[in-house]
Design a protein around this ligand. Structure first.
Ligand SMILES: [Zn+2]
Length: 336
């Protein structure tokens, strides 16, 4: 696939305010979430974005004249900004490291008929203000950074799904497809202590590179498999259920653990699953029933969602169409 130029990642020690200001041009507009809106609107013409519905994309592209978009916030804002920036310049300022989408060229947009992942525009630059990340409250930082790691490790489950579809259950092939993610897993097991600057730096680079893989491969096969189908199901429930408070990465993390366990059981080598579970424990990502309950996903809700995945081309979809759910008790028991 031909691509003009891959986005570059800049991790800066400047404040978000200064970074936005220095990238503002005559014909820029800023798109921001509610949290960053007070800062953004003091700097330039800012549109508040709170959902990634198609009507908002339409409103922005039809009502504003611009050649450059500066997008400030989390994934929803970045999704909308990418969709509004087709044929324009885009610079993104992620304020949380919650998913692998920070630098890619896909947007999840909600249409009247349901949500769709569409190909949009990648940013010229992805700029992260380290002081902004570090100044978020400890709870928020932990919650979103967990989500980022969960979404990163979902590449492991997606890579297993690829091998499953090929009917080549090779752990070596899984590892060969996603060397950097395995590197991240190793880093967590050996060096992670807390969500500090070093950890955020590492995660930003891993997430950025995972985004670049989507652009280079021109598909999301290595970043989204059955664990993302599970997310879509739970997301649908979430719309009608205030109790589910889980983030994207926490949910795909759950799906990743299940996929990894089933895959490892098939090849009778549990090393990768065991490493994942240890890493989840260190990172405080939910990995046992109590943790699942805490984010609003009790066992029965998980079972409902798993039985709803109709796609048989993923390990999750295929396994639970042929087996009962007793395997979950093996996966979600507490580590001693
Ligand atoms: Zn994801």
């Amino acid at each position: 696939m031909k691509h003009n130029k891959l986005p570059s990642l800049i991790i800066s020690s400047e404040s978000l305010k200064d970074l936005i200001r220095s990238h503002l041009s005559e014909s820029s507009i800023i798109i921001s979430d509610r949290y960053n809106y007070p800062t953004s609107k003091k700097i330039g013409k800012t549109t508040l974005v709170e959902s990634s519905s198609y009507s908002i994309v339409k409103k922005i592209t039809e009502n504003y004249k611009y050649t450059r978009i500066l997008a400030v916030g989390g994934c929803t804002v970045l999704d909308v900004a990418r969709a509004c920036a087709i044929g324009k310049e885009l610079i993104v300022f992620p304020t949380i490291l919650s998913t692998t989408c920070i630098s890619n060229n896909r947007s999840r947009i909600h249409f009247d008929t349901g949500s769709e992942l569409i190909k949009t525009n990648s940013p010229l630059k992805t700029i992260i203000s380290m002081p902004t990340l570090l100044h978020s409250s400890e709870d928020e930082l932990t919650r979103w950074t967990q989500s980022g790691f969960g979404d990163l490790f979902a590449n492991i489950s997606a890579a297993m799904d690829i091998q499953y579809k090929l009917n080549i259950l090779s752990i070596e092939q899984v590892k060969e497809n996603i060397p950097e993610v395995l590197d991240a897993l190793k880093w967590v097991l050996l060096h992670y202590t807390t969500y500090d600057e070093q950890c955020l730096n590492k995660l930003a680079i891993y997430l950025h590179n995972s985004s670049l893989n989507v652009i280079l491969r021109d598909n999301t096969d290595l970043s989204a498999g059955g664990e993302h189908h599970l997310y879509n199901k739970l997301y649908d429930y979430q719309k009608n259920n205030e109790l589910i408070s889980a983030t994207h990465g926490q949910i795909v993390g759950i799906g990743t653990l299940i996929t990894a366990y089933v895959f490892c059981k098939m090849i009778e080598n549990y090393e990768l699953y065991n490493n994942l579970k240890q890493a989840f424990k260190k990172l405080l990502i939910p990995h046992h029933y109590d943790g699942l309950n805490n984010i609003g996903i009790p066992k029965q809700v998980l079972i409902n969602a798993l039985s709803d995945i109709s796609d048989k081309s993923s390990i999750l979809g295929d396994f639970f169409s042929q087996n009962d759910f007793s395997i979950l008790d093996e996966i979600f028991k507490k580590l001693s």
